[in-house]
Design a protein around this ligand. Structure first.
Ligand code: FEO
Length: 395
């Protein structure tokens, strides 16, 4: 099956309705995903990317139903990660001599994963590939967006940017285009993708977006490798990326905690109450990180101006759920966000100090020495936690 997306360009990918976890178990995909592969059938026939390995034989069989595989002149591998390159080994068994256009780094990643000496043709930004009928593919290296091997390809005349992971979303749908799906689902998945995958590379992305915009390309479609194709005002997602790449934040404070006997949970709720009392406009969200989807909580952190972290003291330190979550926030290199810590303790009470150090190390600006409470909070301490929340709201 192939679906026309414009003129002689077709979608030949795979919709994965069942996918719930991606990158092993690192990324939750509540709404499934798609692996978008595209076929250009001009005087030359070009396949852009493939699909994830579990669907390799299905992909090749489907492709063989819509085109004689021997008619494929070129393959473009925009990215070596196996959700896009995974069907290459199955495909190349049929057409082993077909040239594969990709970056120098993609040669490393494809050879490293598949151990095959295919006919790689290395391209750099500005290189072109003539596809006939007056059209050509122009390649744009997208180093670190999000792998060192990533690139995009632009089809002239049809004005399609095949952007690979950039601008994508994990969203399973039979609809091809952004204007045909639920807009809340679409933008929730797009910002989650940015927060959890692209955020560390925001400084690089800012430069790359400027570079792409300075080319003054007419872009009619942005054909991503996951989710829908942007056709209705396609630059809207580029503008969103510009916002997200510039130390993005909303008027939101997020409280993330874990608890043993509910003392730290009580503090979290008291602090949230205090913030709400002091600032009725600010959005306050509270998550027990041990009971929440970490990628969804990361998305809320990405939206926040301030993040409060809470843990009781355990073995002179903090609960491992919070330690792991702070590590995840550090990996994602969030910028321009404030932080403070809180927690209950029974004996030694190191948790707030430990979290203060970890949050500073993760790049957050500490705005308070934190709030500690010994044993379970009594009425006075609950009020003190409410007052702490009011103070945080005012900073
Ligand atoms: Fe969708 Fe980086 O692979």
């Amino acid at each position: 099956m192939k679906k026309q997306i414009k003129n002689n360009v077709f979608w030949v990918g795979k919709v994965d309705w069942e996918l719930k976890k991606f990158h092993g178990n690192e990324y939750s995909t509540h709404k499934g995903s798609t692996y978008n592969s595209y076929l250009i059938q001009e005087e030359k026939t070009v396949l852009i990317d493939t699909v994830w390995s579990p669907f390799d034989e299905e992909f090749v069989e489907n492709l063989a139903e819509v085109i004689d595989l021997d008619k494929i002149d070129y393959i473009v591998a925009n990215h070596g990660e196996i959700d896009h390159s995974g069907a290459l080994p199955a495909l190349m068994k049929h057409i082993p001599d077909t040239p594969i256009y990709c970056t120098a780094n993609a040669v490393k990643s494809l050879k490293g994963q598949f151990h095959q000496d295919w006919d790689f043709r290395v391209v750099k930004t500005g290189d072109t590939l003539d596809v006939g009928n007056g059209k050509e593919l122009v390649f744009v290296e997208m180093m670190m967006l999000h792998w060192p091997d990533s690139m995009a390809a632009y089809l002239t005349e049809d004005n399609i940017l095949f952007s690979n992971d950039a601008f994508g979303q994990h969203l399973a749908t039979e609809k091809l285009y952004n204007d045909l799906v639920d807009q809340c689902d679409l933008f929730n998945e797009a910002i989650k993708y940015y927060a959890n995958i692209l955020a560390p590379f925001s400084p690089i992305l800012r430069k790359k977006l400027d570079e792409i915009l300075s080319l003054n390309l007419q872009i009619d479609l942005i054909a991503t490798s996951h989710g829908v194709i942007w056709r209705d005002n396609p630059l809207q997602i580029v503008e969103k990326y510009s916002e997200w790449a510039n130390d993005y934040q909303e008027d939101q404070i997020t409280i993330v905690y874990d608890t043993m006997w509910n003392g730290t949970k009580m503090l979290a709720e008291n602090i949230a109450e205090g913030i709400g009392l002091a600032d009725p406009d600010v959005v306050v969200k509270v998550f027990n990180v041990a009971k929440s989807d970490e990628n969804d909580v990361i998305t809320e952190v990405f939206r926040s101006k301030t993040v409060l972290v809470g843990s009781p003291t355990m073995s002179n330190s903090i609960l491992h759920s919070m330690a792991g979550f702070i590590h995840l926030m550090k990996e994602l290199k969030f910028k321009n966000k404030k932080a403070a810590a809180f927690g209950c303790y029974g004996w030694s009470g190191e948790s707030v100090k430990v979290m203060n150090d970890l949050m500073e190390d993760a790049g957050f600006e500490l705005i308070d020495e934190g709030f500690k409470n010994q044993w379970n909070p009594d009425v006075d301490e609950q009020q003190a936690a409410i007052d702490f929340g009011k103070k945080i709201a005012g900073i």
